[in-house]
Design a protein around this ligand. Structure first.
Ligand code: ADP
Ligand code: ADP
Ligand code: MG
Length: 498
């Protein structure tokens, strides 16, 4: 096993990875930008080194600097987390060239799966159903493209070959919109990914997003760890995830799991990955893409399988066999994850920056919080405004819903506006409780407009005056209550000056 592992990431995922490393007796090495000098992730490490600068491009995306640090401090392996360099084949290759293990799949697999056109082709060849579409060059001209689109049938979706994070997608409802949508998608893809290639596929209406966690080792073994339902999305980005999916029968679960494993074996997949599918209302599923990394929502899988996915990643990266066989894996109970963001649902989900004047996490049986902040943390403009992930496990879905609502009510965050009220509105919705989910859920049920947000000023004043808020709803009254009590997280702790 490795002696020293560098985590090339920040925030909650860096903290979460460090926990497993330390549990295993491995030295956790961190990196931090200037704004993250006092960040929780920096304090969670055994050793931490500075990446001077503010933006991601100057810091967490500087693979060259990170590899230099790893080399000069005797690091054996690098864990990239998610985002940043996690799906960058050049970085994975550079690690390998420097004699450092990259904790993830091979550079070849990252490259191939990073291109959605190649990934679709590969999966289709392996016998996995893919969304019907067209992936030829757009150079054929608009007239020919229109012909291809009408063969697919409207609505069609234009997607970026190098896409990620929901960017570079355009829905086209009719032929007249095609030219403008094509240009817009190409422009957005070019600026977001430095690659303007796009393709077209059938736009499935009211689908679910159901993905399968896969895992492979270097000995030819590949398994799946069941599904995650991620249909609650805003602008094609996941907000709430759960496992099991309320939509899967044991037969469908088996079919989707086998399809994902078959594909993993076909490409010689090693380490953790996610095969994303879209599930239409008739129960037909289609391959979307593979994410060649640990997923944001991996904790729901950990909660229902009782397995530590980071521990398994380390084992596989160190050349060991997978620590579980397919037969050993079971789904037990139900887990729901909410992404807690510093953003304002009442103002178009604008990121909300500032200092966390109060920050108190709920505690209770079956509640797991992966967070990258503490009271006093600064939320800056430089990085993703996700503060934490609230993950609740219970025996049944109904109980997991009750627990999530309970926990959201007791999550006190002051100083920035958060989406906790909005999350509450979604989870408490009758159709959510019934499990009637699809990717247009928020729009269709008009959740997320004005009224879901808790204005930060009001909350802070309420906390300061030690009064219960009147008319602020159950959530804010509880949160204000908790915020006004003594904070258990208020510990000094020495800053490490590495
Ligand atoms: P998931 O949420 O399913 O893990 P996402 O596609 O939403 O996957 O991406 C996870 C994180 O990685 C997000 O913070 C997202 O902004 C970031 N990300 C995704 N794709 C890219 C990319 N191509 N370049 C930089 N960051 C990305
Ligand atoms: P990204 O790399 O940005 O995550 P995906 O291909 O995974 O891109 O798609 C992101 C989301 O967009 C999906 O979860 C789904 O909600 C929606 N989507 C993607 N393709 C389709 C499609 N063909 N039909 C309907 N919705 C789609
Ligand atoms: Mg995706």
């Amino acid at each position: 096993m490795f002696n020293k592992v560098l985590i090339a990431n920040r925030g909650e995922i860096a903290v979460r990875i460090a926990a497993t490393l330390q549990e295993m007796g491995i030295i956790a090495v961190g990196v931090h930008s200037d704004p993250d000098r006092r960040a929780v992730h920096f304090r969670a490490m055994d050793e931490a080194y500075s990446l001077p600068g503010n933006t991601s491009a100057e810091t967490y995306l500087r693979g060259d600097k990170i590899i230099d640090l790893a080399r000069s401090h005797g690091v054996d392996a690098i864990h990239p987390g998610y985002g940043f360099l996690s799906e960058n084949e050049d970085f994975a290759q550079a690690c390998q060239d420097a004699g450092i293990t990259f904790i993830g799949p091979s550079p070849r697999v990252i490259r191939d799966m990073g291109d959605k056109i190649i990934a679709k082709e590969t999966f289709a060849k392996a016998g996995v159903p893919v969304v019907p579409g067209w992936a030829g060059s757009t150079d054929i001209g608009i007239a020919a493209l229109k012909q291809e689109a009408s063969k697919i049938g409207y609505p069609v979706l234009i997607k970026a070959a190098a896409g990620g994070g929901g960017k570079g997608m355009r829905i086209v409802n009719a032929e007249g919109e095609l030219a403008a949508a094509l240009e817009a998608a190409q422009r957005e893809a070019g600026s977001a990914f430095g690659d303007s290639r796009v393709f077209m596929e059938k736009y499935i209406t009211r689908p679910r997003h159901v993905e399968i966690q896969i895992f492979g080792d270097a000995h030819g073994n590949a398994v799946h760890l069941f599904e995650r339902e991620c249909s609650i999305q805003r602008r094609h980005q996941k907000i709430i995830e759960e496992s099991p999916s309320p939509a899967l029968s044991p037969e469908l679960r088996q079919k989707m799991g086998s399809a994902a494993v078959m594909a993993a074996k076909a490409i010689g997949y090693t380490n953790a990955g996610t095969v994303e599918f879209i599930l239409d209302p008739n129960g037909s599923f289609y391959f979307l893409e593979v994410n060649t990394r640990l997923q944001v929502e991996h904790p729901v899988t950990e909660m229902v399988t009782h397995r530590d996915l980071v521990r398994a990643q380390l084992a596989v990266a160190a050349g060991q066999k997978l620590p579980f066989t397919q037969e050993e894996l079971r789904q037990d109970g139900h887990a729901i994850e909410c992404r807690i963001y510093a953003e304002d649902p009442g103002r178009g989900f604008l990121p909300s920056i500032g200092t966390l004047a109060r920050y108190v996490e709920p505690r209770g049986p079956g509640i797991r919080i992966d967070s990258g902040v503490r009271q006093g943390s600064e939320v800056t403009v430089y990085y993703d405004p996700m503060l934490a992930k609230l993950v609740c496990w219970a025996r049944t879905r109904d109980e997991a819903i009750e627990k999530t609502l309970w926990a959201l009510d007791r999550y006190a965050i002051m100083g920035v506006t958060t989406n906790t009220g909005f999350l509450r509105d979604v989870i408490d919705h009758a159709e959510f409780r019934r499990g009637n989910l699809h990717t247009h859920f928020l729009g269709e049920h008009s959740i997320g407009g004005n009224g879901s947000a808790q204005p930060p000023e009001a909350a802070v004043i309420a906390a300061a005056l030690h009064v219960r808020q009147v008319g602020g709803g159950r959530q804010s009254a509880r949160a204000a209550d908790i915020a006004s009590s003594t904070d258990p997280w208020e510990t000094a702790g020495a800053w490490r000056g590495v």
